[in-house]
Design a protein around this ligand. Structure first.
Ligand SMILES: [Fe+2]
Length: 120
């Protein structure tokens, strides 16, 4: 990795959050593509493929915007990035913590931290 210091943030692409019309139907479709259910609520589902890539499904009643989810390795790095971006970190019901910020052309980027005990 470059040792350039003038970037805004750096992470690994973790998931893409996309709109869907029918959450239950799309969860089943993603299962057929080889994804498994990591989290499912009435207004949001996270599907993972075998290599760890996620698709977050946002039905019409979801309050989340479509976005690119980038994983940050430590809570300290997340806090540093949130301070630099001037955004508050939000803890989520699945145990993750994240914040949204604007990327290129207004695209929304989420920087997200998964705790070590995530999913246990
Ligand atoms: Fe997300």
């Amino acid at each position: 990795m470059s040792d350039k210091k003038d970037f805004r943030f750096a992470g690994t692409v973790d998931h893409l959050a996309i709109k869907c019309e029918d959450l239950e139907k799309d969860v089943e479709e993603y299962k057929r593509l080889g994804f498994s259910v990591e989290t499912v609520y009435e207004d949001w589902a996270m599907m993972r493929d075998a290599k760890g890539f996620g698709i977050a499904l946002l039905p019409p009643n979801s309050k989340h915007p479509p976005h690119i989810g980038m994983k940050i390795d430590t809570m300290e790095e997340l806090e540093k990035a949130a301070n630099a971006e001037g955004r508050p970190i939000k803890p989520h019901r699945d145990g993750t913590s994240s914040f949204y910020t604007k990327g290129v052309s207004g695209q929304i980027v989420e920087l997200i931290y998964y705790p070590e005990n995530f999913g246990e």
